[in-house]
Design a protein around this ligand. Sequence first.
Ligand code: CTP
Length: 411
Amino acid sequence: MKIALGVSGGIAAYKAAEIVRHLQERGVRVQVIMTAAAQEFVRPLTFAALSGEKVITSMFGSSAEQPNLDSAVEHISVAQSIDCLLVAPATADVIAKFAQGIANDFLSTLYLATPAPVVIAPAMNVNMWQHPATQANLEILRQRGVHVIEPDSGYLACGMIGAGRLAEPEHIVAATLQRLGIVQDLAGETVLVTAGPTHEPIDPVRYLGNRSSGKMGYAIAEAALRRGAKVILVSGPTAIQPPAAAETIVVESAQQMRTAVLDRWEHASLIVMAAAVGDYHIKNAATEKIKRDGAMVLQLEPNPDILADLGSLRHASGRASPMLIGFAAETENGLENARAKLTKKSVDAIVLNDVSRSDIGFNSDRNEVTIVTAAQTIRIPEASKLEIAQRILEFAQHLRAKREAAATKSV
Ligand code: CTP
């Protein structure tokens, strides 16, 4: 997900740095756009360093003598690629430009060009805020569907007291994500996700693996970050980039994955085991490369079942937390096998994945799953893995709320 953050010229411009950080913590990429006035308050370099992206500071690139053709159409490509335009702080000037459709710099042009939702967080002197011109402009924007995050009241930089202080960065980020339909219901919680295959060494150059790409687990990690969780991602070897805001531990074998998970499981309130853990490892893997010499016999030994171990540990602790969700990769008798895994591993839900289909599942960007619990079977129709991830987390929250309500009733 990518958000364009417009920073306009007010004393609160420095607070936009904190907004960048909070957005990144939720796995959001941020493209900062600064107005000329904003650059009087904060240097673009600050935002470039924080966001890891080039900051857009003008309509035609940095050199007036040699205007850059790419820059001349950049507002269109940014406009098309963002999921939201957030302006914080939004000055009276920017609000007026947006309301009147004046497009004389990058930010005001982007506002007209983007089909993405727009959120503004005004900050200004109390008299400017209360002025009928500003209020009329805000009303025009609200009518057009722009979401206005009201400023706070208090001491203002100009020495006056009243409304006009930029809302808290944390609140701005939460309200923006809420506006995009992303609830912050996992804020303050830790979610542990496993992803990808495991590689069980045969010798120093060969391994026993499986076809898992890691995409489903990474999507769950990203979805949990967006909902405000701290995410621990324990990943087998994959070719994909983990979300930057997750604490990622890369492992190879099932045994290493088990150690990484068991070292951390107690911090989590939800654990989703999306990894395709290898069921076997090679007994006595060779320490030197095995030479080709006719037929080779490999002896396999079973790996520990990490999810079942978690089920036992939780049972022994006498707690209902963490909630445990496993996956079941099946090619036949899916529901029956998923139900058997639910009981055998003592978990709260199993997400059934039909891996026999080549259009979804392993390696695909899309999936179609069925969530199986002791009481319910819920089919989630085909969607992107990120959407499926959101639905799984929604379901986990729903299940938890139901259990908490039942527990309160029985007290
Ligand atoms: N799992 C695990 N440790 C293992 C094997 C599987 O934690 N050694 C977890 C997986 O991450 C998944 C769930 O258990 O969440 C089911 O994995 P799956 O491979 O479908 O089932 P298995 O238990 O391995 O059974 P089988 O291969 O016989 O279907």
